[in-house]
Design a binder for this molecule. Structure first.
Ligand code: BGC
Length: 391
């Protein structure tokens, strides 16, 4: 009897040890070989902190097709996207940090975050609305612009966690009147939903009590080989856009809407990102590579295809759909190997790419661009979808 009991205890101890192993050690880039429903890929404890007097946490969304998405309420960050490759092997395709502190640290290049109030740049951190000039804190030193909502934008805030189910989560925040220089008390929410067909849907809603400007985007860096597995120059990109908005040296749009035809920015047919990235072309030298806003070919005003990304090595295929008129394709030109990612490796130059669905940069100062003004009594609405499959 005693021997059987001892054997049982030994088995328990051993199986517990392997649980721990599979969580952090074995399998593809730290993933368990077969992640069971009760095994978490990221360590939730590293996300259970208090920042600005508010609790942060980690949440997991899953579906029956083997996809998992991890979300933290700090910055509404997507901390991991685990999706099978063509062999059915799961891998994490989103760059990020192991603990919440990484996202709160100064050097975080907006990994996975929701960016606001204004995604991308506002020239000189200054705009005029209804005859009044608003001065915003500058956080892009060299260029003297405001970038991504300023030093404490939505990506740096702890969001409230609302309704949570197995496959969806709602996060919200209140941005007070004058927050980062912007007028109006803004109430914003995002709902992330993981569908059974491996799509991560994002729905954003916002209201204001004074006229303001708003441009929300999602800043996930994708690497379809798996995060930390080299650069994305071999990924094939298609952008559903015949035009882009050229920039000046300070990465502020000139106001023109130019055809991509005949330039290295033409991704109307799927092309390897690395193919023309070093071409002698002024826009590429201003962006140090691709860092531009493409004008999505207009559909019916509903959910339109912004672009697709394909990785031959893993067969993973990503489609991005959105109700927004533009998409900023940024290919991680400022990553330089100095950041250590979730699986312990460093994120090299161009180790991830972003497809930031949005209104155009600097719209508050550009009469010809679609308006980003939000008035009281109107609801801001955006839907964007990251849909995964294999080919
Ligand atoms: C911008 C880049 C910037 C990056 C990270 C992108 O949206 O266009 O210029 O370096 O975000 O901040």
């Amino acid at each position: 009897m005693k021997t059987i009991r001892n054997l049982l205890i030994l088995t328990l101890i051993l199986s517990c040890g392997s649980c721990k192993n599979s969580k952090f050690g074995r399998g593809l880039r730290g993933l368990p070989e077969n992640p069971a429903a009760d095994e978490w890929y990221l360590d939730a404890e590293g996300f259970r902190k208090t920042i600005d007097g508010k609790k942060t946490d980690l949440y997991r969304l899953s579906n029956d097709a083997g996809m998992e998405v991890y979300v933290t309420n700090f910055g509404a960050v997507i901390a991991a996207i685990i999706v099978p490759d063509k062999e059915g092997i799961p891998g994490d395709v989103a760059l990020g940090f192991k603990e919440v502190e990484g996202y709160a640290a100064e050097g975080d290049p907006y990994f996975g975050a929701v960016v606001g109030r204004y995604g991308n740049r506002i020239d000189g951190g200054r705009f005029e609305l209804d005859g009044q000039v608003y001065e915003l804190p500058i956080n892009e030193a060299g260029n003297d612009n405001q970038l991504h909502g300023g030093p404490k934008g939505f990506s740096e805030m702890v969001w409230e966690t609302g309704e949570l189910t197995n496959n969806s989560i709602e996060l919200s925040l209140v941005s007070p009147d004058g927050d980062m220089g912007y007028p109006g008390r803004l109430e914003l929410s995002v709902r992330y939903t993981l569908t059974q067909d491996n799509a991560l849907e994002m729905v954003y809603k916002a209201v204001t009590d004074k006229p303001t400007v708003l441009n929300i985007t999602q800043h996930t860096y994708f690497n379809l080989k798996g995060e930390g597995r080299g650069n994305i120059l071999d990924h094939e990109l298609m952008l559903n856009a015949d035009h882009f908005t050229p920039v000046n040296q300070r990465l502020i749009p000139t106001g023109e809407i130019s055809p991509v035809e005949g330039t290295p920015l033409d991704f109307t047919t799927a092309t390897k990102i690395g193919k023309r990235i070093d071409d002698d072309y002024e826009q590429l030298s201003f962006g140090r590579g691709y860092d531009h806003n493409w004008v999505i070919n207009a559909g019916d005003g509903g959910l339109n295809l912004a672009g697709t990304v394909y990785c031959e090595e893993t067969g993973r295929f990503l489609e991005v759909l959105t109700t927004e008129p533009g998409v900023q394709f940024y290919c991680g030109n400022f990553l330089d190997g100095s950041l250590t990612g979730k699986s312990g490796g460093s994120y090299e130059h161009r180790g991830g790419l972003c497809l930031e669905t949005q209104h155009f940069p600097d719209s508050p100062n550009q009469e010809g661009f679609p308006s980003t003004v939000l008035n009281p009594g109107k609801e801001y609405y955006q839907k964007t979808v990251f849909r995964f499959s294999v080919k």
